[in-house]
Design a binder for this molecule. Structure first.
Ligand code: IMP
Ligand code: MG
Length: 179
């Protein structure tokens, strides 16, 4: 285990089971639809690639990027779109893929923005959910696993852009970001 990690919350094995189960569920729910899977960069990439390989349907993929935490562990509440997808979503069933739903401000902003582009539907799938932290009026349609109110990294999630490549989800030692 990485020396900066206090404990592992979700193991590699558990991540593999979660992504498989969610992919199979999406396969059932989106049969016959015009599925567009949209990953929210950068945090969702590991989840996105594992999940999408378990979706046994014709689909297209794209990515969006919103402004992130910067160097803090507390969201500023200010959202900025850095990379956008196509303007016209007519007929598309959009599935937004997130790493973690925290205050919900990022996803709420993105959902409101995309709803104005005439999609057939918009749904949210998040690997991790911190329901106790929710501020914005949004919930995920699909959740991998709920996590307690602790700062987690790995499998795409970062602190100050590091730790994304850990193969598990772990709690970062407080001394790393309290310094
Ligand atoms: P929200 O807008 O507060 O829901 O923030 C969502 C984004 O904040 C996520 O997509 C993550 O990039 C980041 N975030 C929230 N909680 C954590 C955490 O515990 N570890 C790492 N990143 C986090
Ligand atoms: Mg993110």
């Amino acid at each position: 285990m990485n020396k900066d990690i206090e404990k592992i919350l979700v193991t590699e094995d558990e991540l593999a089971k979660i992504t498989k189960k969610l992919g199979e569920q999406i396969t059932k729910d989106y049969a016959g639809k015009k599925l567009l899977i949209v990953g929210v960069l950068k945090g969702s990439i590991y989840f996105f690639t594992d999940l999408s390989r378990h979706i046994d349907l014709p689909c297209t993929i794209d990515f969006m990027q919103a402004s992130s935490y910067g160097e803090s562990t507390v969201s500023s509440g200010e959202i900025k779109i850095i990379k956008d997808i196509q303007d016209d979503l007519t007929g598309f069933d959009v599935l937004l893929v997130e790493d973690i739903l925290d205050t919900g401000r990022t996803l709420k902003y993105i959902c409101d923005m995309l709803s104005k582009r005439n999609p057939q539907s918009i749904a949210v799938i998040t690997l991790l959910d911190k329901p106790s932290r929710r501020v914005a009026d949004i919930s995920a349609d699909y959740v991998g696993v709920d996590v307690p109110n602790e700062f987690v990294v790995g499998y795409g999630l970062d602190y100050n852009q590091f730790y994304r490549n850990l193969p598990y989800i772990g709690v970062l030692k407080g001394e790393i970001y309290n310094n």
